[in-house]
Design a protein around this ligand. Structure first.
Ligand SMILES: [Zn+2]
Length: 442
């Protein structure tokens, strides 16, 4: 993480998570995991840089016990652990700009953590594992600086029972079987936020595909094969349409995992999306969500938020991508969908400001829908060609970085012939539901 992203990464929504005092450049995670007993034994090697005089390196770690902690080059560094944090104290403070490497042996039975947004993190399935961390579940399986602005590279090695298939964040670079264990190694070169790092373990078939120049795979339990193939068939065309509208797909590959278990909501992770068996009904019942999760690869994963306050930059854009997909695939157009959702929002109490919804409401559906309506209002105001040029400039300029809403406002203003301050103010900073431009109704 650069000092700039430390400065803009205001962390008011999760004050207990992460630290601005340092940034991590790489997590090297070596995991040994038994599915039957939910036992994890792991070593995390964390490379970072001090951003201030660093008397203590405070990492997030939940439920798991550190067994040995070393700060390279400092034999007398000390550490302590609370239920939610692991704190390492160098024998002398590290000066700003100093690089450090921590080696942390840790173990335990990983479990999701309870939060106001539900249970998050490492979760046992009926026969396997998934990790769904947004926003604060990452520390349930590795010690980390858990703030969305601190993106890092990852190398993840996982040894688990050989009868399971493993998918994790990054490209699969090695797979071997030794005795009863399968060994899988994944490398993610693109900077990645902690909440987007995932592991998926299950009895999955893997089917490789290639569409619009992008390699992608589907992973699913064999009994679901027909439903999965049917419902995921549009992904190839979505990759084509979204690259045309948003710019090149930002990662080396895309994986879509379908679990045997029912899941309440699908989830995006870096280069991956996970759906429950209930989402994949064999009748395209979740096509909207399949488009939404794919769009997060551009909006949320590559271009990430510095602060959760700006989550509309993830969800408003992904929701608008659903409408664009509808428009491009023979369904209702974005204009129809925007007006439909505005009408619904108008019947609700005007008690949400999507530019700063507060932690309790950050996943409120209105953050998604109103964020999408804002983008539609912007499209009407500046016109189709400038609007889509703006989206592509946004994804290109900030690829694999972090952003703020102010940066989007500035970029939009730079392509608009007239000031946009009023538009952004009424859609982002006020609770009353505005009208779309040019109609006075809706
Ligand atoms: Zn989303």
């Amino acid at each position: 993480m650069s000092p700039r992203s430390a400065a803009i990464g205001a962390h008011a929504y999760l004050p207990g998570s992460g630290s601005a005092d340092y940034g991590v450049t790489e997590y090297d995670l070596d995991l040994r995991y038994r599915v039957a007993t939910n036992r994890l034994d792991a070593v995390a090697t964390i490379s970072g840089t001090a951003h201030t005089v660093l008397r203590a390196i405070r990492l997030d770690l939940v439920h798991l016990k550190a067994k040995r902690v070393r700060l390279r080059g400092d034999a007398t560094a000390k550490y302590s652990q609370s239920p939610t944090h692991l704190t390492v104290r160098p024998s002398t403070p590290l000066p700003p700009g100093a690089d450090f490497v921590l080696e942390i042996d840790y173990a335990g039975s990983p479990a999701p953590r309870r939060t106001k947004w539900g249970t998050l993190g490492w979760e046992e399935l009926d026969d396997g594992v998934l990790v769904a961390s947004q926003p604060s579940g990452a520390p349930t399986w590795f010690p980390c600086n858990d703030r969305p602005s601190d993106k890092a590279q990852y190398r993840i090695r996982i040894a688990t029972d050989a009868s399971y298939t493993v998918l994790a964040t990054g490209q699969l670079v090695e797979r071997t079987v030794a005795g009863r264990f399968g060994h899988w190694t994944f490398a993610q070169a693109e900077p990645t936020a902690t909440y987007l790092v995932t592991v998926q373990i299950g009895r999955y078939e893997i089917e490789p595909r290639r569409s619009a120049g992008v390699d992608w795979v589907i992973a699913y339990p064999l009994p679901l094969a027909a439903r999965v193939r049917h419902d995921l068939e549009p992904v190839g065309r979505m990759l084509e349409v979204f690259q045309e509208l948003f710019g090149p797909y930002p990662f080396p590959s895309y994986s879509v995992v379908v679990t045997e278990d029912a899941l309440e909501i699908p989830l995006e992770s870096q280069g991956m999306a996970t759906f429950g068996s209930t989402h994949i009904d064999g009748q395209s019942g979740s096509e909207r969500l399949i488009a939404h999760e794919l769009a997060h690869q551009w909006f949320g994963n590559s271009v990430g938020v510095a602060s959760w306050q700006d989550i509309w930059l993830n969800e408003g854009f992904a929701c608008y991508a659903e409408w664009l997909w509808s428009e491009r695939s023979g369904g209702p157009g974005a204009d129809t969908l925007a007006r439909r959702h505005l009408e619904l929002m108008r019947r609700m109490p005007p008690d949400l400001v999507i530019g700063d919804p507060g932690p309790d409401a950050m996943f409120d559906d209105r953050v998604y829908k109103r964020g999408a309506c804002l983008l539609h209002a912007l499209r009407i105001t500046i016109g189709d060609a400038p609007f889509f040029t703006l989206l592509q400039t946004w994804t290109r300029t900030h690829a694999h970085g972090v952003v703020t809403a102010d940066e989007f406002r500035s970029l939009a203003a730079s392509v608009a012939p007239e000031p946009l301050d009023g538009l952004f103010r009424e859609w982002l900073d006020q609770a009353a539901v505005p009208a779309l431009p040019g109609t006075g109704i809706s």
